[in-house]
Design a protein around this ligand. Structure first.
Ligand code: SAM
Length: 303
């Protein structure tokens, strides 16, 4: 059994015990002592199909959240069967986001566009940014309508944060959305966050073109932060097969392909690296744990 939660008990267990929820006591906590995921309202918006797994809800299940449904948990169990360290990878992906937002704040960034933001968890982009600068503005975008519902429920009092349902595959719809353009000032630097989302763009959806289109719309001095599934991880191919079959996306890409997302930008040290290696808070132990080898990530500045 994986120490992280019920999902690692396996597909059969998940299917037979549909109502079980994670045991929070055993879930690792953030540096602030809070769990990485927070319980949210269990409201199902009409446009959400609970019989079809979604990337946002599968990720939530892997992180130990409870904003997911049986089919999401079944896929999460399959993911863990293919890649047993998936929960560690997901947490490392959350942790690098926190370090990245802190770095962006240190560079003077006070507005963030977080695409494929996912279901609200603990230590979300706006919490990290607004803790450092209460006037920081954060626009979240996700194509899963359940994200909007849950985010709105938690952001009722927050005028500096907005959530928009839109699809990264169509960057023009995001860049021209009045909800975004009225909220962020594109004449000033923006921190564009693509944390764990571009691997959900398949090869025929022109992921590199999409990222270039987005970064081209940003003012000089803006930054792109990106993390992405890597072919380097053991069992990466098996995990890709599970994801492609179950949710239709989740491409592993090579270091070269991932580095190419930063073309035309100035890569910040240490470049494109495994997530634990990106500006770690504490000394790293090598060899890196397997879960730390599932994603590569980096940050770059728009000249
Ligand atoms: N960014 C968060 C993080 O790093 O913790 C969540 C990452 S989660 C693995 C991927 C998220 O991307 C999901 O919430 C999913 O709904 C969203 N997503 C996938 N494809 C998308 C698309 N084409 N447009 C917008 N969001 C998308």
């Amino acid at each position: 059994m994986h120490r992280g939660g019920h999902i690692a008990l396996g597909y059969d267990y998940v299917i037979r015990h549909l109502e079980i929820v994670p045991n929070w006591e055993h879930w690792p906590v953030s540096p602030q002592g809070r769990p990485w995921t927070l319980p949210g309202p269990r409201r199902i918006p009409p446009q959400v199909d609970i019989h079809k797994p979604s990337a946002a809800r599968v990720y939530d299940a892997i992180l130990g959240g409870k904003d997911n449904f049986p089919w999401d948990r079944a896929v999460a169990a399959e993911v863990i069967a293919a890649f047993p360290q998936a929960a560690t990878s997901a947490m490392l992906n959350r942790q690098v986001l926190e370090r990245a937002v802190r770095y962006l704040h240190d560079q003077g960034i006070d507005q963030f566009l977080d695409l494929g933001s996912g279901l609200p968890t603990a230590r979300n982009t706006h919490e990290i940014a607004q803790e450092l600068n209460p006037r920081a503005r954060v626009a979240y975008v996700d194509n899963d309508p359940i994200v909007l519902t849950h985010a709105r429920a938690q952001l009722v009092d927050d005028a500096a944060t907005t959530v928009v349902t839109a699809d990264v595959r169509y960057p023009d719809t995001i860049l021209n959305s009045p909800a975004i353009t009225a909220f962020l000032d594109f004449s000033r630097p923006i921190g564009l966050v693509l944390n764990g989302v571009v691997h959900h763009l398949n090869d025929d959806e022109d992921p590199h073109g999409v990222v270039t289109k987005l970064t081209s719309a940003l003012a000089s001095g803006s930054y792109l932060q990106l993390t992405h599934f890597s072919t380097a991880a053991p069992a990466a191919a098996a995990l890709e097969r599970v994801l492609m079959r179950s949710i239709g996306s989740g491409r592993m890409r090579s270091a070269g392909e991932i580095t190419a997302f930063f073309d035309g930008l100035e890569l910040v040290d240490p470049g494109v690296v495994f997530l634990p290696e990106w500006r770690p808070d504490r000394p790293l132990a090598y060899p890196l744990e397997i879960g730390g080898q599932l994603l590569l990530g980096g940050m770059a500045r728009r000249p």
